[in-house]
Design a protein around this ligand. Structure first.
Ligand code: ATP
Length: 404
């Protein structure tokens, strides 16, 4: 009996023990769940805040896009800190309020500004624009061409260096001697004789910015546009000084002025007058040098040629046989030539060729080899390319044939 009773008691203890351990583990499990839920809640809160921020910025952007557009204009005069006279791009000249956040000191006359569409109040200062056409004229910071890339033209290189390099690299010499450095050089000669190449080499050696302008680009449709372009080109040259402004085909705007002129001619003359005034250094030009190039010096206006504008006029002649040989050497330097080719053989076959022709002949010869998938350029390739290039140039075909 006694043992029966104690057995029951023991079972009861075990049951109680199992219940409490079950409860404890159940509570632990619940606590874990609570922790996970809390972490999840934190993450969701962070995500909600991020989305709210995104929503706010999208709303702000939408508001901004809905704002009416602003007019542009330019400042004529600031009257006091909160009023100014501006010329609106729509035409009228107006006295307007200046927004509180803009100080009158930041508004020199000519500053481009944005104006409210209704009240014309001055809302913002805009950066100054440059004509994209003028920006496109800046060729490169400093071209890669060196004097070693030019065949012949030794005397011309020397003259150009004296005129352009010395004033840019050693200005003190001119101060000590007490003379103004020369301002411009005119190069003239047949097409493809290396006028542009020479100018690029000078720009490289002086580390100057090279601005190339083609004369015909300055001939514009609207009155005053050409003159404005000339002004902007010289402004850009001054900002990037030391710089060299190279005007190719100068005859397009620099030809002699006539009494009998059409309105188109008069516009070209206005552009020329602007160029003359810039060259005169009415505004001091600083380290801006000018090089002009033309194939027709005979038709240039005498005002351009007077000293003080183009101080030196240099002829770039067609290459003589010695120069041709050098030019061939330069342009075939990287080409794998067959051993039977001598530069003299090439030179005697194209005595009347220019530097540009020699370059074209070398490229064509290379193309003949490539066409036949050969890795060596033969004498035959050169013979064919000389005939092709000189024939294209309109040379007497029979005389070309007799060379080949
Ligand atoms: P244009 O009057 O038609 O503008 P240009 O005299 O300015 O012609 P360049 O543009 O300088 O001629 O020459 C064209 C190309 O011919 C050059 O890029 C160069 O490869 C080659 N060339 C011309 N002359 C020489 C030279 N003396 N030495 C080496 N290469 C030359």
């Amino acid at each position: 009996m006694v043992s029966e009773f104690s057995d029951k008691e023991t079972n009861y203890d075990v049951d109680r023990y199992m219940d409490s351990s079950y409860l404890a583990s159940y509570v632990r499990q619940l606590e874990k769940k609570v922790k996970v839920s809390e972490t999840e809640k934190k993450l969701l809160d962070a995500e909600r805040m991020r989305l709210e921020r995104e929503l706010n910025s999208v709303r702000a952007e939408l508001e901004r896009l809905r704002l009416p557009p602003l007019f542009t204009g330019s400042v004529l005069e600031v009257l006091d800190d909160d009023k100014g006279i501006i010329k609106s791009s729509t035409g009228p000249t107006l006295v307007v309020q200046i927004a509180k956040h803009i100080s009158g000191d930041d508004l020199p006359s000519g500053t481009r500004v944005a104006l409210n569409q209704r009240s014309f109040a001055l809302m913002d200062i805009l950066p100054m624009t440059k004509d994209p056409m003028v920006l496109g004229m800046e060729v490169e910071e400093s071209p890669k061409v060196t004097y070693n890339d030019i065949g012949g033209l030794k005397a011309q290189i020397l003259e150009l260096r004296e005129m352009i390099e010395l004033p840019l690299l050693k200005p003190h010499l001119f101060e000590e001697i007490g003379i103004d450095p020369p301002s411009g050089v005119l190069l003239y000669g047949s097409p493809g004789t290396g006028k542009t190449l020479l100018t690029k080499a000078v720009a490289h050696e002086t580390n100057a910015t090279f601005i190339r302008v083609i004369g015909s680009e300055l001939v514009q449709k609207y009155i005053g546009e050409g003159a404005r372009l000339v002004r902007e080109i010289f402004k850009m040259a001054k900002e990037n000084a030391p710089s060299i402004v190279f005007i190719d085909e100068l005859d397009a705007i620099g030809s002699k002025r006539l009494d009998m002129a059409t309105s188109g001619d008069r516009e070209v003359q206005r552009t020329l007058l602007q160029l003359l005034s810039q060259m005169d250094g009415f505004d001091p030009r600083g380290d801006v040098k000018m090089i002009g190039a033309t194939n027709r010096p005979d038709i240039l206006d005498t005002a351009l040629l007077r000293p003080g504008r183009f101080d030196r006029i240099i002829e770039i002649p067609m290459p003589n046989p010695e120069a041709l040989k050098e030019i061939f050497r330069i342009h075939t330097k990287k080409m794998p030539l067959s051993p039977d080719i001598t530069l003299n053989d090439l030179v005697i076959r194209c005595e009347s060729a220019s530097g540009a022709d020699v370059k074209a002949i070398s490229t064509e010869a290379g193309m003949f080899a490539i066409r036949e998938e050969r890795l060596e350029v033969s004498f035959d390739d050169f013979k064919k390319s000389i005939a092709k290039v000189l024939k294209k140039k309109g040379m007497d075909i029979d005389s070309v044939k007799s060379y080949v």
